[in-house]
Design a protein. Sequence first.
Lengths: 250, 216
Amino acid sequence: MLANLKILKHQGKQYIPDITTVKVPGIFRGRPVISTVVVDERAPVDLCPTNAITANPVCIDLGKCTFCGECAHVFPEKVTFTTDYKIATNQRQNLVVQEGDTALIELNAALIKKEIQQYFSGSLKLRQICAGGDNSCELELNACSNVNFDMGRFGIDFVASPRHADGIVITGPITQNMAGPLQTCYDAVPEPKIIILAGTDAISGGIFEGSPAINRSFLSKYTIDLYVPGNPIRPLTFINGVLELIKKRK
Amino acid sequence: MAKGLIRAGKTNFPFTEKLSSELTQMLDEFEKDFEEIANELFTLPSVLARFEKTGVVTNAVATSIGTVGMAARMCGIKRDIRSTHPHDLYTGLQHEPVIKQSGDVNARARLRKKEINQSIGYIRQIIQVLPEHESDLSEMAAPSRNSFTISLVEGWRGEICNCAITDAMGELMLYKIKDPSFHNWLAVAMAVRNNEISDFPITNKSFDLSYCGHDL
């Protein structure tokens, strides 16, 4: 018993006290800032492996960006990635960062469905669907519930059945093989329900965009309630995005 | 996860002396915590009662279904790419696989513990001498025509196999990745046979397989 108490004391508190303000250590590429410095506009566009950069004005679409940082490496005076991890939003065009733009990426309160706050602000159970993901976003979603991030303290949890869920979290570019099961799973979730896209692959198809092996027709049928960009996503991005979604007041 | 830190043929984020000392400090802190909790786990009678003889896969069954990684090494199969096909830094490590015999949850748990200790040792050894970062790499050459390439890496679940086939123009015709879970899910199915339903979660998690790499 004394030995156990010693272990408890030694292991200490491992959770992050304030998940909304914590600073990210180490190399992290969050919200990019594009300066108004003039460069050859085609060069960054041609450089980007997933066509996330467009010219005139120079923009980076975080829904397509794989956060490889190549543009910031080649054009350090033009593109810098900040450590701001709050990059989730409920409006697709908010993910496009334009040159000279230093505004934070936020949710559009007017677009949040009324029932989300009414029913889910204190408890949100989610079903994760891996639709051809590579296990990176899935591992990070797992990490959201670990002792450090402890998403459960806000009443947000992953559940093992769509019947127990209030919404789905999709990862991966949605392969042909998973298009059917994805629909089945969504249909099995009782109303009202939400859809969250986690990761670049889910938001735009990522490096698989345009591949015949994917089938993204499901997404055109429904309103997406939250886009969580990242490759893979960061637990802090996911948790803060979901908190904003369920707590934000109009 | 560090997926975004690498590009084909290069990385823009070198492993520096500073990172090396941070990593050493992290390992020092982690190792103490880990040993403490692992020791508590493996001495608790209630844990051992759940672990021992639960979810057994015998050597004969594992051999016939071709399990890989820890799901092979837990029952006496010496299968480890790091020792049979050492590549890059592994060539200097003379890796000796950890092998257990009982094929139960206990064997898989203890195997993990030993492999974590082994990995910490390897990391400490490797970061003694940091290679110079080559920042000015030339572009990779185009793939050869009509070629078939296969690569094997020992991931933490077992061997990850990448296959690429190019056509007459040197363009990629097919790229197939085979995850270790592809072999090992059948082992989970075999392990839960004749076990109580309450032992399913512990058996399933003792393999800790990926849903992504299987049939999606």
